[in-house]
Design a protein around this ligand. Structure first.
Ligand SMILES: [Zn+2]
Length: 95
């Protein structure tokens, strides 16, 4: 199962199970929060391309695509601030 498939499964389950749980109770709120957090955590496991900002000579300046934190090191696997997994698959195309 991929992360995307797991997200779809969780969304479906949340929707189906949620029908039986009153959302205006603390139980219902916890249920929705738990699913939302699980889905967000999975989404961060799907690599996203950093946003290219500028060439700094020997390196380049990028932004995290989720939280827009500045990233200098292109070997960073996860954003230090939000935990988003980063996709550097075509970084070598930058001149
Ligand atoms: Zn981030």
């Amino acid at each position: 199962m991929t992360e995307s498939e797991a997200i779809e499964e969780l969304k479906y389950d949340c929707n189906e199970l949620g029908k039986a749980i009153p959302c205006d109770t603390s139980w219902g709120g916890s249920f929705e929060n738990a699913y939302r957090m699980a889905i967000q955590a999975l989404e961060k496991q799907i690599p996203k391309k950093p946003i290219y900002i500028a060439n700094l000579g020997c390196t380049a300046l990028w932004l995290c695509p989720v939280c827009e934190r500045r990233i200098i090191r292109s070997d960073l696997v996860y954003c230090h601030q939000c935990g988003q997994k980063l996709d550097w698959s075509d970084e070598h195309e930058i001149d």
